[in-house]
Design a protein around this ligand. Structure first.
Ligand SMILES: Nc1ncnc2c1ncn2[C@@H]1O[C@H](COP(=O)(O)OP(=O)(O)OP(=O)(O)O)[C@@H](O)[C@H]1O
Length: 358
């Protein structure tokens, strides 16, 4: 469904002495098979949206090639747009129109008859729990309702491949979980292939068959969440003991099965690959050495642990770095890329952003 090779995108910002290059995407390869749900995970500024905009034909790559639903993004953009649904980060609804009219108009832009668009629109409103909101303006909807309306817009022409850019950002926990269920249904009920960007670890974990992690414009991992966790991080074993002598013995024993032992007060911690197998032997050793444990905790690795192992930074630190970098960039002022295809209102859909109907 998606095949990308060596995608690069460089933005130019500022002018004259302030002119700077931002290498947003630096050689991205991607393969997404039909029916897969792929979570594209990375901190703020990692290059997720830029990659998505290239794949949805909203931005031309500086280098590299990509085919989406069998069509080349550079030479067959109209065919690509016809085959995909795209839900941008800020949505695509016009707040002053009725929700139902928006969805129908959107379908008609794709060449659907009014009758077919109305029928499909009602079906989507039912399925996405928007019943009763056909004649409500998006500005009078809750965040979760608006997001579900954006998804209805993206699905009106029954695309087989759907791109969702940070679908749940800004929603409260209950609305997020509700939307997850709808996204999961897209695959099971519509048979859609889904490519979604997120910087929420739990979202990627809950929804995606496969997780592709991007950092500073480069793909650093691609696998199932379970494999990523098993291969990169190991389980965190936290042993609490009574006194300094016991701490020293425990540290040495844990160091025999863990490469990164840390002592904090009476706690001795370290990552242990497949702890379930290794810990019983460790406990026997400790008992033999006269160590009485106060407590033991074994924590499964998280995707943040995976990110930390791969990049040396936690996702949260990476987001803070990106915020600082963006502040520096802002000081350089707007450049020629701003307002181009990449800088145009992200609210418009793939079909309408450049005024092209499918
Ligand atoms: N129009 C633009 N002009 C200049 N730089 C840009 C432009 N759009 C994005 N960038 C920069 O490119 C880099 C990648 O941005 P991108 O929006 O792709 O990241 P992201 O992973 O989607 O982040 P977020 O999670 O915050 O949406 C960032 O450093 C960003 O500041």
């Amino acid at each position: 469904m998606i095949r990308a090779r060596g995608l690069v995108h460089t933005f130019h910002t500022g002018q004259g002495k302030q002119r700077r290059e931002v290498q947003a995407v630096r050689g991205v390869d991607l393969d997404v098979a039909e029916g897969e749900v792929v979570g594209f995970l990375g901190p703020n500024g990692a290059g997720k949206t830029t990659t998505l905009r290239i794949l949805t034909t909203l931005l031309k790559p500086t280098a590299g090639t990509a085919t989406v639903a069998g069509y080349d993004v550079a030479t067959q953009p109209v065919q690509v747009r016809r085959s995909i649904g795209y839900c941008s980060q800020v949505g695509s609804t016009f707040s002053g129109a009725y929700a139902g009219d928006e969805v129908v108009d959107h379908g008609m832009l794709y060449g659907m008859s009014k009758r077919a668009a109305v029928a499909k629109g009602h079906e989507l409103f039912d399925r996405l729990q928007l019943d009763g909101l056909w004649r409500r303006m998006p500005k009078n909807m809750s965040g979760g309702q608006k997001r579900r309306l954006d998804i209805a817009m993206a699905l009106i022409h029954s695309p087989s491949l759907v791109f969702l850019d940070e679908p749940t950002t800004g929603l409260d926990p209950q609305a997020r979980i509700n939307l997850w269920q709808h996204i999961a249904d897209l695959r099971t009920k519509e048979g859609a292939t889904i490519f979604l960007t997120t910087h929420y670890l739990d979202e990627a974990d809950a929804l995606a068959d496969r997780i592709v992690i991007i950092d500073r414009g480069e793909i650093v991992a691609s696998d199932t969440a379970d494999n990523l966790k098993a291969a990169v991080a190991g389980d965190l074993v936290d042993l609490e003991v009574a006194g300094p002598e016991q701490v020293a013995i425990t540290r040495d024993k844990l160091a025999s099965i863990s490469a990164d032992v840390v002592v904090e007060g009476h706690h001795v911690r370290g990552r242990v690959p497949r702890a379930g197998r290794a810990v019983p032997g460790l406990l026997r050793d400790l008992e033999g050495a006269g160590v009485a444990l106060e407590s033991i905790e074994v924590l499964r690795p998280t995707l943040d642990d995976v990110f930390l192992t791969l990049t040396g930074r936690s996702l949260r630190d990476a987001e803070a770095d990106a915020a600082v970098a963006d502040t520096d960039l802002d000081a350089g002022g707007p450049g020629p890329d701003e307002g181009g295809p990449g800088g145009s209102p992200a609210g418009a859909s793939a079909a309408t952003e450049e005024g092209v109907s499918a």
